[in-house]
Design a protein around this ligand. Structure first.
Ligand SMILES: Cc1cc2nc3c(=O)[nH]c(=O)nc-3n(C[C@H](O)[C@H](O)[C@H](O)COP(=O)(O)OP(=O)(O)OC[C@H]3O[C@@H](n4cnc5c(N)ncnc54)[C@H](O)[C@@H]3O)c2cc1C
Length: 383
């Protein structure tokens, strides 16, 4: 994954070649647009088509649904490479999550309906769990779907939804039985171009991830066909979410790793150039010790994340281990980037320098995908 460390055992020659092609794609089709996307607050929908044409959206999707059938470790490569490029505007991780939901729980008909469109970039996906009144406590979602003559009537709202302005296939967490707790939760796939009563709210202003559209969504008597319940069986949503959250949490860890590699590389370049008191910043013992500490944190994190990638590849990554990966790696990411920024002095505070944006972008990693406090709760339950 990174040139100065040993190749992880899960990475084959195909992974290496794939990583090179993803890196080339990002360099030519992604990086040149990042500043504009950060200014406008979203990634051009056409970019998804380019990614589809380059074969990047369908790596983990079986060939019968238009993908490459190469497996989730190829999405690991893209997730890492995007973070290594230092920008999170593109909501690729959400795409991989929704793909995993459809693959795991969709009927054959549903897979044929949605997966080819997700492979081509024709459909941009979102995963809508969080509501204004609840985030961590998933069981208490208020958005509800009532079945009337083969159609669900949906009312409620969501907030903080990644890809919220651009998504046209939303995996929506609803209550199909309001007083049934976890057993009342279902996942409803909303094709936004085919329903009435769906409205997008604001593209929310954030301290970081400026190029990622994070939005409110509103459902006012939105009508969705009954056959859009993922897996066709209502009441399975909570179980489906719990089974797939480990991937989401590991993906955050992989992003943290790539982002730390990015920040450290930026910092090394800077401190070897910048001078104070007649020598480079790198020559001060404090700088060398700080960087030695950050590099160590990074490599320890890398070892654990690679271990988790192998577990995910083998289908045995459990919720506790994934929670450890999420909280630890995001904590390390924020610590490492903070220490790196310090070595830039005042320039580290200037948005012109990528380390400043990295600092702002990193902060949310401790919050979304389940807060780090919730991760510790989940780990503690296993003790
Ligand atoms: C940029 C961004 C993108 C996001 N993308 C998505 C998305 O695509 N889809 C989606 O559904 N959501 C998304 N979210 C929402 C995110 O997952 C939630 O913000 C997060 O789960 C926390 O929920 P909350 O904000 O309601 O905080 P709350 O649940 O209100 O928590 C507030 C504080 O209380 C703490 N807390 C809560 N419960 C406990 C407990 N039991 N023990 C100890 N401490 C506790 C929390 O850790 C936190 O510190 C996104 C958020 C952001 C900021």
């Amino acid at each position: 994954m990174h040139s100065d460390t040993q190749t992880p055992t899960w990475m084959t020659e195909e992974h290496q070649l794939y990583a090179e092609s993803v890196r080339r794609f990002l360099a030519s089709e992604y990086i040149p647009h990042v500043t504009r996307w950060n200014d406008q607050g979203y990634v051009d929908p056409e970019f998804w088509h380019h990614a589809g044409e380059a074969g990047i959206l369908g790596a983990a999707i079986p060939e019968e649904y238009g993908g490459a059938g190469a497996g989730i470790t190829f999405d690991v490569v893209t997730t890492y490479e995007q973070a290594l490029a230092g920008d999170f505007s593109w909501g690729f991780v959400i795409h991989t999550i929704v793909v995993q939901y459809v693959l795991a729980y969709g009927t054959t008909e549903q897979k044929h309906r949605w997966l080819p469109q997700l492979v081509s970039g024709e459909r941009i996906s979102a995963l809508a769990m969080t509501e204004p009144g609840q985030g961590s406590d998933l069981q208490s979602v208020e958005t509800h779907a009532v079945l009337e003559d083969g159609v669900f009537r949906v009312n409620g709202s969501k907030t903080f939804i990644t890809n919220g302005q651009t998504a046209n296939l939303i995996c929506l967490v609803v209550k199909t039985q309001r007083d049934a707790g976890a057993r009342g939760v279902s996942l409803l796939m909303v094709e936004t171009d085919q329903v009435d009563g769906f409205r997008r709210g604001q593209n929310l202003e954030k301290i970081g991830l400026k190029g990622q559209d994070t939005s409110e969504l509103f459902f006012d008597d939105m009508l969705v066909p009954e056959e859009n319940i993922l897996g066709l069986e209502p009441g399975q949503g909570f179980y489906q979410l719990m089974n797939q959250l480990p991937w989401e949490r590991l993906a955050i860890g992989i992003g943290a790793l790539g982002h730390m590699d990015f920040a450290l590389a930026q910092t090394l370049e800077y401190v070897k150039e910048r001078k104070a008191f007649g020598k480079t910043i790198f020559e001060f013992q404090n700088t060398r010790f700080k960087l030695a500490e950050q590099k160590t944190k990074l490599e320890v994190t890398r070892a654990f994340i690679h271990h988790c990638i192998e577990l995910q590849r083998d289908g045995v990554l459990d919720a506790t281990t994934a929670s450890m990966a999420k909280w630890w790696s995001s904590q390390m990411q924020c610590e490492v980037i903070d220490e790196c920024l310090q070595l830039f002095g005042g320039y580290g505070y200037m948005l012109e320098y990528p380390i400043a944006r990295a600092y702002a972008d990193a902060r949310v990693q401790k919050i979304y995908g389940g807060t780090n406090e919730i991760m510790k709760e989940l780990i503690a339950r296993s003790l």
